[in-house]
Design a protein around this ligand. Sequence first.
Ligand SMILES: Cc1cc2nc3c(=O)[nH]c(=O)nc-3n(C[C@H](O)[C@H](O)[C@H](O)COP(=O)(O)OP(=O)(O)OC[C@H]3O[C@@H](n4cnc5c(N)ncnc54)[C@H](O)[C@@H]3O)c2cc1C
Length: 478
Amino acid sequence: MKTGPTEMQPTLLLPPERIHKLTGYGMRTHADGYLFRPTSVDEIRRVLDIARKSGRKVVLRGAGRSYGDGNIGAECVIIDTTRMNRVLSWDAGTGIIDCEGGVTIEGLWRTTMEDGYWPPVVSGTMYPTLAGALGMNIHGKNSFKVGTIGDQVIELDVLFTTGELRTLTPADDLFFAVISGAGLLGIITRAKLKMKRVHSGNVKVLAVSCHNWDDQFKVFNQFEHDADYLVSWIDCFGRGASAGRGQIHVAWYLNEAAELPSSLRPDNQDLPDNILGFFPKSSMWQILRYFNNRLGMRFINSAKHNASLLLGNGKEVEQSLVAFSFLLDYVPNWRKAYLPGGFIQYQSFVPREHAKEVFSQQISLQQEAKLESFLGVLKLHKPDNFLFSHATNGYSLAQDFKVTPKNWSRIEALCHKMNDVVLSAGGRFYFAKDSTLRPSDVKAYLGEEALYKFKQFRSTCDPEGLLTTDLAKRLELI
Ligand SMILES: Cc1cc2nc3c(=O)[nH]c(=O)nc-3n(C[C@H](O)[C@H](O)[C@H](O)COP(=O)(O)OP(=O)(O)OC[C@H]3O[C@@H](n4cnc5c(N)ncnc54)[C@H](O)[C@@H]3O)c2cc1C
């Protein structure tokens, strides 16, 4: 059968070689999309045109480090901006860096560290791109002190699907919507931000063991006005009087006498290839796999708690900024230990006064369901002005749930119960860590007004409604 030119066109625009099976970091769901990796603004415009002509929606994707479905879209054109990764200018005098959106957090610190500057906000991994980090408006272990990454931005360029490239600053309302907007308003192509001046490549880290939730909040209260970073590991298997047990790490920047101490050299920051000096990190996930079940994780969490009480409690050490900040990058491919079903991360943000009660209830609910989170991480935050803000004057608890072919409906039911507890306490959620929210949950925490404002912005920034994600569809954001 002969094919006419019009029938041929969609195939030419979107050849099958472009089809990639993509997933969020948790690997629970996958979606096939047509992957494009443009290297310039003009090339992005051309890809938008291809999407338009072939009747496809467009998904923006950075390094794919969001856990859920916020960076995938079935049968969509995927614009992956990781190749737009040039540092456009760096001024060691002012600490201001100007770069393309595909520069990673790693790219930032590798550029500025030897001049005595560190990214003001980093996630628990160094691999996200700046544009992806702004899309979700990430926070770090210093969230209570400096806010989110959006709070550090001086200006950014956004390409709208109309083809217009606009520079936005904090004087623009739209600035606060594009940052946090989950890639649904425009393509961030460039951002300028102020890096944090540091006088050492190391931080002083104090470990404090906690027997329960009361201890946790007492220690956070004790250090929040003085520390630069605060983060706690929670053993989600702890119950009764031990519920909320874990270990807090409090950290402070250091001052070294030398103008540019050797700790600032990037090669002195690199994570080691081996654990305990001999065991290759690259093989760790294969061992982790054998423990990655309820019994194994109960054992590991308990052993970690006991070791922290006996050996670590009250100890102060110096650690490189990289080792302290990117603990999760120590074990490459650790997520593979969750295969074949993958995992989800669930993070809720709760006002201070309700945090203990809400997190205790969440953990009781998962223990009753025999679906305990294998990892719990507690952080302190402050509120911000971004449209889809997850932050609050309170605490967040991030939890990882292993998904198997059999347990998904039970995990969903558990998360929905936990959502209700969070919402009744005036809490919030985070799209980067979401796989289970319902549209009604989003309406309840963001409010009708924010969602209306978002739709108004979308009608001018993306009038054809090209931009989408599976998350946006699931949550009826678009
Ligand atoms: C091990 C690990 C630890 C983490 N720790 C933290 C943490 O401590 N704090 C925290 O806040 N988050 C944390 N995260 C989540 C991660 O930082 C965020 O999900 C971040 O957004 C990922 O960036 P990315 O480049 O991978 O973007 P993706 O996940 O690919 O995309 C993120 C969002 O940005 C949009 N987007 C991508 N590119 C663009 C663009 N050019 N313009 C506009 N929008 C775009 C996408 O559509 C999507 O909605 C962690 C993730 C992992 C895997």
